[in-house]
Design a protein around this ligand. Structure first.
Ligand code: ASP
Length: 436
């Protein structure tokens, strides 16, 4: 029997999940049934993906760096990665600002809806503000201090500390390059094999991906707020989705122009990761799949992918930065504030930094939005306005976040001569057969 391609089976799982969710909201016991008996399978699926993320970063990054053989290559790759990441993030914020100033979604919201939303979501908004306050209280160099863990085991136990694990893996990999080859060989061999095992585990998890996303989406539908709220915020959502779509097209253009890769092939290669990003709302949980797709379907060498993607998952969030720009100006418009050009230019800077600081987990972008709002003098209480609709938009921006990482990894690989003409699809297919 011919196998259905992975992205179609995941998509089918998503559609069925939404359908079943809608049916189960129509009777009283339905939502509870989904929460009790279906949602846990979605949670297990996400947990399994997250479980793999840290070992994957450790294994693949140490292997990738030690394969480099000399450190100057690492600094070249690092410089390009950070440079292109910054460039795409700034483009994202600018697209967001252009969209929100053109469509002016904040002007279409009535005074009574505004009051209703502020009342209804005040406490939720306050929670996010409290989390953001902690970040604001920290000194300017706290981010740098946080980069270096004082205990690697502690760092790996908290999925939030991805950058610390990246730091350790880089440091360890550099150590491996600097010692004589015969000494480093056993360690390298160990990480090679370790990496293979992790890749196999990802394959096994992906076998159940269609069921996992089914459970996640069914649960999301029964737990979502009423449609009326979505309608009130429709213009805001539309503005953001159009902006995100433009950003997606921008990546296709970059890939086409700089990598000479066909957009259709790019989408086919990355689609399963995008669907997973949409279903989980987490770049971190999606990372294992993004990495495998990029290496084995888009032809990026493992050396590059294992460096560019984990870093991208944590610091390159173009969807999030675009969202922060749109949301900040939307809130200002809704409160009747006129933002000057210099304030909007300030938003470019703060949204870029805030997206770098956002964790790769659901809802993180909203916490950092508080900082953008504060900097621009926009009332933080405005967070309540966009709360109801944040989850579906989070799903969309996460898709853009991981698509950005994938396209940048292709650009970096191309510039270093590390892009394979023939992606190793064969290996990938083999991976998918549990008995192979
Ligand atoms: N959920 C996003 C991610 O993981 C972050 C955010 O914008 O909230 O990429």
């Amino acid at each position: 029997m011919k196998k259905i391609p992975l992205h179609w089976s995941i998509l089918l799982g998503m559609i069925l999940g939404v359908g079943v969710g809608i049916v189960f909201t129509t009777f009283e016991a339905g939502p509870k049934f989904i929460s009790d008996w279906v949602k846990p399978f979605g949670t297990i699926f996400i947990n399994a993906l997250k479980l793999i993320a840290m070992p994957l970063i450790l294994g693949s990054l140490i292997k990738g760096i030690s394969d480099l053989k000399d450190i100057s290559k690492l600094s070249k790759m690092g410089g390009r990665t950070i440079g292109i990441y910054l460039m795409t993030t700034i483009v994202a914020v600018i697209i967001g600002l252009i969209m929100v100033n053109t469509f002016k979604p904040g002007n279409s919201i009535s005074e009574s809806t505004l009051q209703e939303l502020v009342q209804a979501y005040q406490s939720d908004a306050a929670e996010k503000q409290a989390v953001a306050q902690k970040q604001k209280d920290a000194g300017p160099l706290q981010g740098l201090v946080d980069l270096v863990p004082d205990n690697i085991f502690k760092a790996t136990t908290e999925n939030g500390n991805m950058l610390q694990v990246i730091f350790f893996a880089l440091f360890f990999g550099i150590g491996l390059i600097l010692i004589p080859a015969e000494k480093s060989k056993p360690v390298k061999d160990f990480f090679d094999a370790f990496n293979e095992v992790i890749l196999k585990l990802i394959d096994l998890i992906m076998l159940v991906a269609p069921y996992g996303v089914f459970a996640l989406l069914a649960a999301l539908v029964v737990e979502s707020p009423s449609l009326d709220l979505f309608r009130a915020l429709g213009m805001y959502a539309l503005t953001l989705v159009i902006g995100l779509t433009l950003m997606g097209l921008f990546y296709l253009l970059l890939v086409r122009l700089f990598v000479k890769f066909k957009p259709k092939k790019f989408i086919q290669g990355i689609a399963p990761a995008q669907l997973l990003a949409f279903s989980t709302s987490s770049s971190a949980a999606t990372l294992p799949v993004t990495m495998e797709r990029v290496e084995e379907h888009l032809g990026v060498d493992e050396e590059v992918a294992s460096f560019v993607l984990p870093i991208g998952a944590t610091i390159n969030m173009d969807g999030t930065s675009l969202y922060q720009a749109v949301a900040a100006v939307f809130i200002a418009q809704a409160f009747g504030m006129d933002l000057s050009l210099s304030t909007q230019l300030g938003i470019i800077l703060t949204a870029t930094l805030a997206s770098i600081g956002s964790a790769a987990v659901p809802g993180a972008g909203m916490v950092m939005l508080v900082i953008v709002l504060a900097q621009a003098g926009i009332p933080e209480a405005g967070l309540a306005l966009i709360f109801a609709i944040d989850r579906p938009l989070d799903m969309c921006r996460t898709v853009i976040n991981i698509t950005g990482d994938a396209s940048v990894s292709m650009m970096v690989a191309k510039s270093l001569g590390k892009l394979h003409q023939q992606p190793i699809e064969k290996k990938w297919d083999d991976h998918y057969r549990p008995n192979s």
